[in-house]
Design a protein around this ligand. Sequence first.
Ligand SMILES: CC(C)(COP(=O)(O)OP(=O)(O)OC[C@H]1O[C@@H](n2cnc3c(N)ncnc32)[C@H](O)[C@@H]1OP(=O)(O)O)[C@@H](O)C(=O)NCCC(=O)NCCS
Length: 444
Amino acid sequence: MDKQQLKEQVETIRQAFSYINRFRGQTFVIKIEGSLIGDPFFPILVKDISLLHHMGIRIVLVPGAKDRIDDILNTYKIRFDMINGIRISTPESMPFIKMAAFDVSNGVMTMLAENRTNAVIGNWVRARSIGVRGGIDYQSSGMVETLEIGIINNVLNEGLMPIFPNIGWNSQGKPYNLSSNELAYTIATELKAAKLFFVTRAGGIRAKGFTVPKSVYVSSDGFISQFTLSEAEEFIGANSGATAGEAYELVSLACRACKRGVARVHVVDGRVEGMILKEIFSNRGLGTMIYANQHDNVRPMNHADVPDVLQLMEPFVAKGTLVKRTALDLENRLADYAVYEVDGTIHGCGALHRYSSRMGEIAGIAVDEVYASLGIGQKLVSYLQEKAVRMKLRQVFVLTTQTADWFSKLGFKKADVKVLPKERRQTYDLKRNSLVLVCKISQG
Ligand SMILES: CC(C)(COP(=O)(O)OP(=O)(O)OC[C@H]1O[C@@H](n2cnc3c(N)ncnc32)[C@H](O)[C@@H]1OP(=O)(O)O)[C@@H](O)C(=O)NCCC(=O)NCCS
């Protein structure tokens, strides 16, 4: 192993430790799509979930049972209808639905036992009927009324993993068939979970077929990797006509969960090995993250950030894509810099330097390669452009040797060195021969 690989490995271990410390004692609610349960990679997912449990994270599992219910109803030749994505659960079908729901939970519990994880299946959900909506009687399809939060917390405090089949009971003991997505959402909000996961077969939210807010970054493979709460709400509003489909439902539930105190909701692909660990320990997952607080945001740089920012820039300086800066350079222009921070870790940085003639230079944009192609670079540039508006600048420019195409995509246009303000022309490094790109700043 060469020195660089060793350095990277050590860095990964450090990062993992810092995340373990942060999340120990916190609650994660994990809803797993039922169709994943029989897949060959499912035992690996269970193993990873067990690892998290053994590290001291309080895990609650909600296994979806839709496919198993379909199988059992079909086997026993019991007809069922789905309306608006909800199964019409007749009282006659309920014993079979219960059987399927508990069968799935039992299967998951058995796999957890193989990983020495003690789990318990419970009847902690008080439910009631959805009733009649729009003239349709949903019969024994129900909704969550309350949860036995005290008991669930006791179970968690005992170091056990609670498993919730998608069944709830009314005060007379009548069972109802619940949506596992809704159930997971309710549990996460009631337990004030740090994270709610929807582990799906489709992976994160695909942009295709939806109107996506401008500020939201769509990856080249068509996925939305992150939403702020306000972006997710904008997405819900813009696509309210297209209410059918699980992706829309999950973003809606994520918005509701974030508004009720869940810090992050992750929609992730259950078919990729290690995805849940990657999502937690690097914030660079393979799905979509919807987050409530502003910690994932761009903010001004402060003194304490300087060493991290220098470290972030280092590989790009070594490659010659960024001009070297010293700690003193950064300290002297502290107010010009902004950083992109997630959970206390800096993933990106950039600066806006002011010049005469109401011109500004966007410089030192760098994004940690581990977090590349998540839209962080774009968010930093747009933050600095907004800052330029507030500073009443009329134009910003950038000098670059390797990223002209990237800035062009963000609306920058190639220009001659002559457009630079006089004082910047004097320091322009002829040997470096950087390209000049400019972008007009509209003041309203
Ligand atoms: C350029 C840089 C800031 C982009 O950061 P990022 O957070 O990955 O960028 P975004 O997520 O907003 O955009 C990613 C997209 O830009 C593309 N991209 C990245 N670098 C590019 C480059 N040099 N030229 C053209 N496109 C580039 C990616 O392939 C990706 O494309 P995709 O959406 O089709 O997958 C980052 O790669 C970096 O730090 N580069 C080194 C430092 C540098 O050159 N800074 C600019 C000088 S001021």
